[in-house]
Write a protein that binds this ligand. Structure first.
Ligand SMILES: C[S@@+](CC[C@H](N)C(=O)[O-])C[C@H]1O[C@@H](n2cnc3c(N)ncnc32)[C@H](O)[C@@H]1O
Length: 302
């Protein structure tokens, strides 16, 4: 039976909720292995793997601050409920004017509860900052944005993180990936989900070929086991960087649908790839129904 996938309170573009079951099957950790996730984003991958020891990091300080405040007990699910009920009522009365008021307040004061509020009421649950480090995602219009059911869902997501943080030895650091990877030992496992090249989204989410090459050098230098998420191909082109930058890796692929519009015909299939520096073992028949493991020669033929 498939284990359920837990969805965290902060959303982000490129969230890997749908890939969690596959990643789970391709990762095998010893009890002492330290899970390192240098591009944590929402944290959905590591939160579902549930390693005993983990270091989650990201260059975006607001994500890290949010989780550190939960860890320190300064944000609790009770506080989140009271905050969202109050601010949700104000949003109901003030509509988008109130959203932009909170956005300005967050950009001055950086309160993690405002970050949560914006993330859960902005357009498409995006995280995007301009070059002045200001959150600039517009309002995601919806009547009764913070309905009772929606608030309860978010509160439960926060309560779930509180439980995880009580159970496990996890830390959250705001730092660039090079620093996170350089701290890894040979027995650690590093899961990387960098922004995809050429899909520049914002100040904290900028990525190019140089960055991808640096990531490769850092990972090979660490001697740890690693897995990198990337895209493999879509209807129009293949990801040329897989062969160029990651030639020694095994490639596991899985089809994924991105919605680029409300209409069915606008669904664009995108094949996701997991690159690993180890061979994934498991029940071959079971696994092959769910994904394809390709050799590097096959990887770009489809
Ligand atoms: C695609 S998202 C990760 C999504 C995540 N795996 C999930 O499922 O929610 C990429 C993340 O990398 C972070 N990031 C971008 N450049 C970085 C860098 N140089 N060092 C560390 N983190 C970086 C971004 O802030 C963003 O949170």
């Amino acid at each position: 039976m498939n284990e359920p996938v837990y969805v965290p309170p902060i959303k982000i573009q490129g969230i890997k909720t749908k890939l969690v079951p596959l990643i789970r099957e391709c990762v095998n950790l010893d009890p002492d292995t330290v899970w390192r996730e240098p591009f944590m984003g929402s944290g959905v991958v590591g939160f579902n793997i549930e390693p005993r020891r983990a270091v989650f990091s990201d260059i975006n300080p607001h994500i890290i601050n949010f989780y550190n405040q939960i860890k320190e007990g300064r944000i609790t699910h009770y506080l989140v409920r009271a905050f969202l009920e109050r601010e949700g009522r104000h949003l109901e009365e003030g509509d988008e004017k109130f959203y932009y008021y909170v956005r300005d307040r967050f950009n001055r004061e950086h309160d993690p509860l405002d970050f949560l509020f914006l993330n859960r009421s902005c357009f498409n649950g995006m995280i995007r900052f301009n070059k002045n480090y200001e959150f600039n995602v517009p309002y995601g219009h919806k009547p009764l944005r913070f309905s009772k059911a929606y608030i309860t869902k978010i509160v439960n997501q926060v309560a779930y993180v509180e439980d995880l943080l009580r159970k496990y030895d996890w830390s959250f650091l705001c730092q660039p990936f090079e620093k996170s990877i350089s701290a890894a030992g040979e027995n650690d496992f590093i899961y990387c989900d960098p922004p995809y090249i050429g899909r520049h989204v914002d100040y904290y989410d900028n990525w190019d070929e140089d960055a991808e090459a640096k990531l490769h050098t850092s990972l090979t230098g660490s001697h740890a086991k690693y897995m990198v998420s990337t895209w493999h191909h879509n209807d129009y082109r293949a990801n040329e960087y897989i062969a160029k930058i990651w030639p020694e890796c095994s490639v596991i692929t899985k089809e994924h649908f991105y919605h680029v519009g409300a209409r069915e015909e606008n669904r664009r299939p995108m094949v996701e790839a997991l690159l690993t520096n180890y061979t994934v073992t498991g029940n071959k028949n079971e696994l092959s129904r769910k994904y394809t493991q390709l050799s590097m020669d096959d990887a770009l033929i489809f």
